[in-house]
Design a binder for this molecule. Sequence first.
Ligand code: FAD
Length: 396
Amino acid sequence: VLDVPDVAVIGGGPTGSRTALQLAKCGYRVVVLEKRARIGEKPCCTGIVSRECAALYDIPSAVIFRQVNSANVYSPAGDCIHLFRPEIQACILNRSEFDRLLAERAASAGAEYHLSTAVKNICFSSVGIDIEAETNGKTVHYRPQVIVIASGFNTRLAKQAGLAGTGYFVHGAQIISTTKEIREVAVYFSQETAPGFFSWIVPLDQDRCLVGLLARSRPGLFLNKWITSLESRGIIRTDGASIYYGSIPLEPLKKTYGDRFLVVGDAAGQVKPTTGGGIYFGMLCADIAADALDQAFKHNDFSARVLRNYEQCWHRKLKNELKTGYYARKIYEHLSDHQINNLFTTLKQSGMVDAVLQQPDLSFDWHGGLLLKAVRMSAASGAKRILGLPSALFHR
Ligand SMILES: Cc1cc2nc3c(=O)[nH]c(=O)nc-3n(C[C@H](O)[C@H](O)[C@H](O)COP(=O)(O)OP(=O)(O)OC[C@H]3O[C@@H](n4cnc5c(N)ncnc54)[C@H](O)[C@@H]3O)c2cc1C
């Protein structure tokens, strides 16, 4: 079987569907190849996006569990910083429903979804591209003009296109449980519970919550340990629910385009290194990818020379932000629990938290400016000495 669309988008996650929507709206024949039988099946994601993202992408309340304007952040010793802003800061999405909504939007604009279709190989040659996919035991070939690789974290596909993968990533584990205790988003910093990252309890509705963590290795082991501790204190009940796993890249690919292809979303590493959030940045890059491809179609030129424009545009928008987040993450990874406890004390005593919360430009998504401000304030308040960090980090 052979299909010859204009564009093949590999992956029906948020970034694949957003790219498909934008290209279908331009009138191109787009097929989305998704290996799962159903869009939004078994996602491992907490689904937190900013108010800015929800507004920009017109995310309806039907796919939002709740909106939040506060969170409790805990130190390893249990010290709590209460974060609060009067206006809504973020939305907790029903990630499965959200993915389905984006796919429905793309399908309504004309994109075709080929489900249960796993891409096995992509062959690039001087005459074009050949995608070999497997669907219900049959082999299917696609020969599109151009492909968008939106297949999520660490699929082989970007490597098949000749790109080097990322070596810096984090693994996540999450479970749905019930709680009567936790009413606000709770984030826990502890190198013992979630080495290198953090853990969370995110209430979804009256009873249900997401309990999860990100760690550099063995997330299941750490989550099981934490769940046991939370259950023994009566904070949550998991009732034998299953743990879901997923991984997140923490730095972008060195190159995200080539002759006849672009890489978008988690596949390209377009993720905030501070939090691991990738939905918003991935969708912003999907829009940039669709614009770049529209230009390529108009000039009938799909060479790397033309598609390079995609990378230049998304770098202009996100590169500095990702770089600052990357350094912040590297600093955090090296802190001991003792240093994190000291940092919490300093933050509370210096009034820095209130000062930051009152900043008019405080943003849930754009952490770069805030991080630089925080570093300057920390340097002034002596946090550098408390953390025992090299001075060079504060003058980067
Ligand atoms: C524990 C955890 C919590 C998270 N919480 C948040 C959060 O609160 N907020 C946030 O913004 N981000 C969060 N993220 C990150 C977020 O889930 C990703 O950034 C987002 O899913 C990226 O979207 P994507 O479309 O690029 O990739 P994906 O959502 O991974 O979609 C890729 C799609 O490609 C398909 N696919 C893969 N290989 C093939 C193939 N060979 N052939 C065909 N189809 C294929 C997959 O089945 C999948 O449907 C979290 C991640 C984890 C692990």
